[in-house]
Each structure stands twice: as C-alpha cells, then as structure tokens.
Unconditional design. Structure first.
Length: 360
C-alpha cells in the first residue's frame, strides 16, 4: 500500500484509541439521528427525477409529483469531528482585488471601472432595455439582490474592512464566478459583437483601448469555450485564477452591463423556449435567478392553487435549503413569491433602486 501523507499519519498517531472509540460512538448516534432527514431529502430527489421524466415525456405535472410535507426539524447532535482527520485549510473566497490581480496576471488587462456608480447604472439600463428586459424586472431584481442600495462592485457578505465575503457573488444580479465563465462561453459572441459595434463609433485613444478590450475578451471567450458547455465544467474553470480573471469583467463599464443583462435574459429566453409565453414577473424572474432556470421554471409554471400547497423544499438541496432562511421560513411557493415581491417593493424605494429606475 502507498505510504500515507505525513499529515494523515501524524493525525492518526495523535488520536488515542479512547478518542477514536468515543468518536465512533458519537458518529453512530449522529447517523441514527440523520435517518429521517435522509429519507425526506431522498424523497425530494426522487420526486424531482419523476417530474423531470414527465416533462421530457410531455406529461402533466400534478400535486402527486411533489413532496407535500415540510422537512422535519433537526434537534439531534452535531456531526462529531474525526480526531484522526488532518486539518484542512478553509477554501479562500476571492475578493475584488484578487479578481483584478488575476486579470492582470493572466490577460495583462485591468477592467475599466466607471467614473461613478450612476455611470454604470446608465450603461446597464441601456443594455438591459435594448435586450428586452423591462425596467420593472431589472430594478426589482436589483432591489432584491442588493437590498436596494448595492453598487456595481458589491460582493455578497462583504461590508468593508474586517469583514469577509460569503460567496463570489458580485453586482446588481449577484453573479458567481461560475456564472461569469458560463456567460462568456454561451454569450461571448454576442458580447463581442456589442463591443465591436461600440468600437465603430470611437476614434483615437478610445478606439485603441476598445480594440485592446475586444482582443482580451476574445481570449476570455476562447478560454470559457475550451471545455464542454456544462455547469460542472465551467465551475472547474471558475475555481482557477484564470477563471477569476473572467469574473473581474463584471466590473468593466463595457462588458459588465452585458454580463448582468444576460444573467437575467437567459432565464427569460429559457422560459419562452419551454413554452411559457406570459412575461415573467420580477419575482418569478428572481426565482429563476436564485434557483436556476429549470428549477425556477418549475415554480413559475405552477398554478396558484398548487403554489399554495407545495413546500419550497421541493426546489432545493438539503444544504441550500437549510442555509436559506427566506425559503425555509416562507415555506410554500406562494409564500416565497409573496415575500420576494414584498422585499422588492420595500427595497425599490431606496436611493440605489430609485437611481437605477431613473437610468431607464
């Protein structure tokens, strides 16, 4: 057998037989306490697979295709820590300076930051309106995602020195690194065309700068398209420093508004392609933005009577549901959409949201 790494050997050597016996006892207790929760979430996954199969076959979805009970409330012990396991460093979440540094190192480029917040809002409003997003959709999603006052470079959880982000989500529609890679892969050609159209209106130093930006964007698109077009493959790229460089373009005054717009526009197009002709409300669009297009459309296409009965747990993995107090507290589809609308309404009165509305 191959030799164990030193860190593992040292950890096992330091864990006494008594400590390991106590750990195994606590682990058995934890596993027994987990049994009803595993059964519940397995049934959620089974029902989801069944709905997907029925949709592929063109069959009608009914209440029987959902789990209609809410998740049990866990009151058992915490999962014990294995004393023989080596310490693993916490995964570092890149911040805006890390993204900018990655762009400089891997593409010798710095995103062009706006001179002011209103400049970015105006650029976003122009791109979004031209693409077909309504002011209500864009402003209300912004209001929900940023609390009504977020800036173009706002990162989820980061509130200044001494705080740390909770994810890589940045901007008006809170794009993750994987979102950025996926958008470059799938919408890169459209973004390049838009940049080329703008370049045709420029001259002198501005034209030269835009031509350089187009060349860098083309390289980024090629990098994003170098793997199969799946979320899992895009996520692998997004977890590299070169992938961080693509995410830095969310901050660019020319590219960023297109990434923000396409994040919502792909959901609109997805709904239409699946036969949903009615325009999406802002709350429905947010459900697709929050949970993914397929899962979100599952909620969007549900009749109101079913929305009142179907628990939100049907649309989440266990970990995501337990980390999302809004979805677990407002625990039916109808309640979740209602509270989303309510937060959009309240946050839409704040200065940032009013400024974005005026930009349209």
């Amino acid at each position: 057998m191959p030799a164990l790494p030193d860190s593992v050997s040292d950890a096992m050597a330091q864990a006494s037989p008594q400590a390991m016996a106590e750990y195994r006892r606590k682990l058995r207790e934890w596993e027994e306490a987990q049994a009803p929760f595993n059964a519940y979430w397995n049934s959620i996954a089974e029902k989801r697979r069944g709905r997907n199969a029925k949709r592929r076959a063109g069959q009608k979805i009914t209440l029987d295709d959902y789990v209609l009970t809410h998740p049990p409330v866990y009151t058992g012990p915490r999962k014990p820590v294995d004393p023989s396991a080596p310490d693993r460093p916490r995964k570092t979440i890149p911040m805006v300076p890390d993204l900018i540094q990655a762009a400089a190192e891997h593409f010798q480029f710095a995103p062009q930051r706006p001179a002011s917040e209103i400049e970015f809002k105006r650029a976003y409003a122009q791109v979004a309106a031209a693409a077909g997003l309504t002011r209500e959709q864009a402003v209300r999603v912004y209001s929900f995602e940023t609390g009504g006052n977020g800036n173009y470079d706002m990162q989820s959880g980061y509130r200044g020195p001494g705080t740390r982000p909770i994810s890589t989500a940045i901007g008006y529609n809170q794009l993750l690194t994987t979102n950025s890679v996926e958008l470059f892969a799938e919408q890169g050609d459209a973004i390049l065309r838009a940049l080329q159209e703008k370049a045709a209106t420029l001259s002198g130093a501005a034209r030269k700068a835009m031509d350089s930006k187009i060349a860098v964007t083309r390289k980024m698109v090629a990098f994003a398209q170098s793997v199969p077009d799946t979320w899992a493959e895009h996520e692998k790229l997004a977890n590299t420093e070169k992938g961080w460089a693509l995410h830095a373009m969310v901050l660019d005054i020319d590219v960023g508004p297109h990434l923000q717009t396409h994040k919502l526009l792909t959901s609109v197009h997805f709904a239409r392609a699946k036969g949903h002709a009615r325009p999406l409300t802002a709350a429905e669009l947010e459900m697709m933005n929050l949970t993914g297009d397929g899962t979100g459309l599952d909620m969007v296409t549900m009749p109101q009577a079913m929305r009142e009965q179907v628990p939100t747990s049907n649309f989440f993995q266990r970990g995501g549901y337990e980390r999302n107090p809004v979805a677990s507290r407002h625990n039916t589809v109808a309640k979740l959409l209602a509270v989303t609308d309510e937060r959009m309404e309240v946050n839409g009165r704040k200065p940032g949201a009013q400024e974005l509305a005026a930009a349209f």
